[in-house]
Design a protein around this ligand. Structure first.
Ligand code: MD3
Ligand code: FE
Length: 214
C-alpha cells in the first residue's frame, strides 16, 4: 500500500502493522513529569487490584485519570466517571499526559486525538496481562496510545481471534505505541514480568493507555 511509504521505519519508529507504530523512546524527555504526575494521580485514586467478572484478581494494579476510568468487578467491565473506591471523580488528566498522547498519535498519523480516559497499569515482578481485546470504548475509530515506563516487558501481539500466533515485542522505558485502524481490535497481552530492576523506577513497570472511551 502506497501510504505506508510515508512511514518508512527508522530506528526510532517501527511499524508493527497497518495501524500500529512503535515510537522507541518517544516519552523519554517527559519522564520526570510523567512520573510525578503518576504519583499525583495515585495519591487521589490509589492503585488497586481489580476483580474480573470471572472472579480472578488481576496481578496488574490499576488506576485512572481523565473524565472516564476503566473498572472491572464481578458484574462486568465498564468506563465510569466516578472512582468506585474513592466515590469521587477520577483525577483530571495531567497536561503532560494529554500533550504526550496527542503528539504521539499525530506522529503516527492520527490527528486530533483527544483522550478522555487514561488507564494507568502498575506491574511488579510476575504480574501479567492475559490476551484480551480492548473493546469497551464507544467507537473504535480513535487509536489507543500506550506509554511504557520502568522495567522492560514482553508484549504479546496476536490477531483478531484469540487463537493463533502471537508476535513478541519488547517494550522498554520511554517507548510509546499507537494502535489504530485495522490493528485496533487485535488480541494482545503482557508476559509475566521478570525482575530486572529499572534504574529510576526499581522493580516496577507503569503503562499508560490513552483512550477516547466516551
Ligand atoms: C493492541 N495494556 O491496559 S498496552 C491494557 O502494557 C493493555 O499494560 C498493556 O493492554 C500494558 O488494556 C499493553 C498496548 C496496547 C494497548 C491497546 C491495544 C496494545 C493494543 C489495542 C489494540 C491492539
Ligand atoms: Fe489492552
Amino acid at each position: 500500500m502506497e501510504t505506508l511509504d510515508l512511514f518508512e521505519p527508522t530506528e526510532r519508529e517501527q511499524r508493527l502493522g497497518p495501524g500500529a507504530v512503535l515510537l522507541r523512546g518517544f516519552a523519554l524527555p517527559q519522564v520526570p513529569a510523567l512520573v510525578a504526575a503518576i504519583a499525583a494521580v495515585a495519591s487521589a485514586s490509589p492503585f488497586r487490584h481489580l476483580v474480573t467478572p470471572g472472579g480472578f484478581t488481576m496481578s496488574v494494579a490499576m488506576t485512572n485519570c481523565g473524565a472516564l476510568g476503566w473498572t472491572s468487578d464481578r458484574l462486568g467491565y465498564q468506563y465510569t466517571a466516578i472512582d468506585p473506591e474513592s466515590g469521587a471523580p477520577w483525577p483530571a488528566m495531567p497536561a503532560v499526559f494529554a500533550q504526550l498522547a496527542n503528539e504521539a498519535a499525530a506522529a503516527a498519523g492520527f490527528e486530533h486525538f483527544e483522550p478522555d480516559a487514561c488507564l494507568v497499569n502498575r506491574y511488579t515482578p510476575g504480574a501479567r496481562l492475559s490476551l484480551h481485546q480492548d473493546k469497551n470504548e464507544r467507537d473504535y475509530t480513535a487509536p489507543i496510545v500506550s506509554v511504557s515506563l520502568g522495567m522492560r516487558a514482553t508484549f504479546l501481539w496476536g490477531g483478531l481471534a484469540r487463537s493463533g500466533p502471537t508476535l513478541k515485542v519488547a517494550l522498554r522505558h520511554g517507548d510509546v505505541v499507537v494502535w489504530g485502524g485495522a490493528d485496533r481490535l487485535r488480541y494482545h497481552g503482557v508476559s509475566p514480568l521478570k525482575d530486572e530492576p529499572h534504574a529510576l523506577l526499581g522493580s516496577q513497570r507503569f503503562n499508560l493507555t490513552f483512550r477516547q472511551a466516551g
